[in-house]
Design a protein around this ligand. Structure first.
Ligand code: BES
Ligand code: MN
Ligand code: ZN
Length: 495
């Protein structure tokens, strides 16, 4: 989709479809009266007939008489005018994109007003582009041609703003949004690809392509032999039963002076999680192809950072492998030595995410990071605690946590802080190793974070559990691209 910014009076523009807001219990807004008149009183007639509800989630596609500046006017319900927030704006824009995609319109111009809580034209453009692309995203490359939905005709989308200052801002917003949206799309595609396509090697080749976008980026891909040399006993224990070889993927992006300590993003890249010998039940197991969504989020975020040329050093680390049962697989009770030297009794092979992440955290220390953020579909407990709306954020660093929460809030990719306390790690005590990889069921998200914290000593570190937010189940099954928005917003704000 091509996006552009326009300014000026609505009735002075032309196109296939105009998008206008309708608020509950409202009269025709002054700014739309001339457009209404130019389109044969289309809106006022619909209002008289009672076709315009104004509730958020409602929309009416009106067809204009010949000679009108716009062939169609889409009236989108935006709820209470006093509560027209960015969240409502994003929802209205998504609804608009979906409605227009069902028609033959090739271009559309949005006249939705500025949300009351938005900062400037930048955020309005960000919300517009990202919402339209999110709504029009399809993943049907693996369907045969006859079963694919026809491509929407819509290819050009304009945002009409009030003045030239806002227009300048909105143009900058579109630049940012393009990179973020491409990052989100990459993350969704990677998540949606099945595990027989999206393997650790596939993620590695994707990383090479991402780094190929800039001279300032490079990759380093480690295989099992190097992991062994580095002493990554925990990571290797997870891949022991798999035929598909493991990879530790590193992208280094140098957006700032070499002396500047990097932000390290670590993403869990289990391309399929059967549970291993602690085998998962069969129901819904297909969704464990999404167990690499942390990796996908980190790859999407660093791609966006590279595209934006963010002036920061950023390193992405993706430990990636398949968790399989097999004659060579790790047994419950096996004890491994992690790269940190600490030994771990693997009481449950299904708690594999923390095992690959702990070695990645130790590996991250060599980059002398300023901040480390790991992203993982780590625990079912986080899904139980927060559901599908909020990612779990755990950090001992209040300032870092605050920045991440704010970033997520700003882009509609919110997180919620969960506790990180040594007490949650008490249950990890083991009679045979330094500690075990699981404790009780209660507070499972914080237990996992507490396990990881033992490998993040001396790091400014935060952990994002995206088990509930990275994909949807049911009829809308599919990857969401979260938390790419949160991460990029954080990187932009912190640069
Ligand atoms: N990938 C899963 C977590 C998960 C489960 C995410 C369901 C989304 C939906 C992870 O590897 C896992 O299996 N965790 C276990 C940990 C337990 C054994 C301590 C879990 O949450 O059940
Ligand atoms: Mn698991
Ligand atoms: Zn897992």
């Amino acid at each position: 989709m091509q996006f552009s910014v326009k300014s000026g009076r609505p009735e002075a523009l032309t196109g296939d479809c105009a998008v206008v807001a309708w608020f509950e219990h409202n009269k025709l807004a002054a700014g739309l009266r001339a457009l209404d008149k130019a389109c044969g009183r289309l809106i006022s007639d619909a209002l008289k007939r009672g076709d315009l509800g104004g509730k958020s989630g409602q929309a009416a596609m009106l067809h204009a008489p010949a000679g009108s500046p716009f062939r169609r006017i889409l009236v989108v319900g935006c709820g209470d005018q006093g509560k027209f927030t960015r969240a409502v704006y994003r929802k209205a824009t998504q609804l608009a994109a979906n409605s227009i995609a069902l028609t033959g319109a090739r271009n559309a111009t949005s006249f939705l007003p500025e949300p009351e809580d938005h900062a400037n034209g930048i955020t309005q453009a960000l919300d517009t582009l990202i919402s339209v692309e999110q709504a029009l995203y399809r993943f049907d490359t693996l369907k045969s041609a006859a079963n694919r939905q026809p491509k929407p005709k819509l290819t050009r989308f304009s945002l009409c703003v009030s003045d030239s200052k806002t227009r300048k801002e909105a143009e900058e917003g579109l630049r940012q949004a393009r990179a973020i949206s491409d990052g989100i799309k990459l993350a969704r595609d990677l998540g949606n690809l099945p595990a027989n396509v999206c393997t650790p090697r596939y993620l590695a080749s994707t990383a090479r392509k991402i780094a190929g976008r800039s001279k300032q980026a490079s990759t380093r891909i480690l295989g099992p032999a190097e992991m062994k040399r580095l002493g990554m006993g925990a990571l290797l224990s997870v891949t022991a039963g798999a035929t598909e070889p493991a990879r530790l993927i590193v992208i280094q992006y140098r957006g700032a002076a070499s002396g500047q300590k990097p932000t390290v993003l670590i993403g869990k890249g289990i391309t399929f999680d059967t549970g291993g010998i602690s085998l998962k039940p069969g129901r819904g197991m297909d969704e464990m192809k999404f167990d690499m969504c942390g990796a996908a989020g980190v790859l999407g975020a660093i791609q966006a950072a590279i595209d934006l040329g963010i002036r920061k050093n950023i390193t992405a680390i993706v430990p990636s492998c398949v968790n399989m049962p097999d004659g060579r697989a790790t047994n419950p009770g096996d004890i491994v030595t992690t790269m940190s030297g600490q030994t771990v009794e693997i009481l449950n092979t299904d708690a594999e995410g923390r095992l690959i992440l702990c070695d990645a955290l130790t590996y991250a220390q060599r980059f002398k990071p300023d901040v480390v953020i790991d992203v993982a579909t780590l625990t079912g407990a986080c899904v139980v605690a927060l559901g599908p709306h909020l990612s779990g954020l755990m950090s001992g660093d209040d300032a870092l946590a605050g920045k991440l929460l704010l970033a997520g809030e700003q882009v509609g990719d919110p997180a919620w802080r969960l506790p990180l306390l040594p007490e949650y790690g008490e249950g990890l005590a083991s009679n045979f190793a330094d500690f075990a990889n699981v404790a009780g069921r209660e507070g499972g998200a914080s237990i996992a974070a507490s396990f990881l914290s033992r490998f993040a000593t001396d790091l400014r570190w935060a952990h994002l559990d995206v088990a509930g937010t990275a994909w949807k189940s049911g009829k809308d099954k599919g990857a969401t691209g979260r938390p790419v928005g949160l991460l990029v917003q954080y990187l932009l704000a912190d640069a």
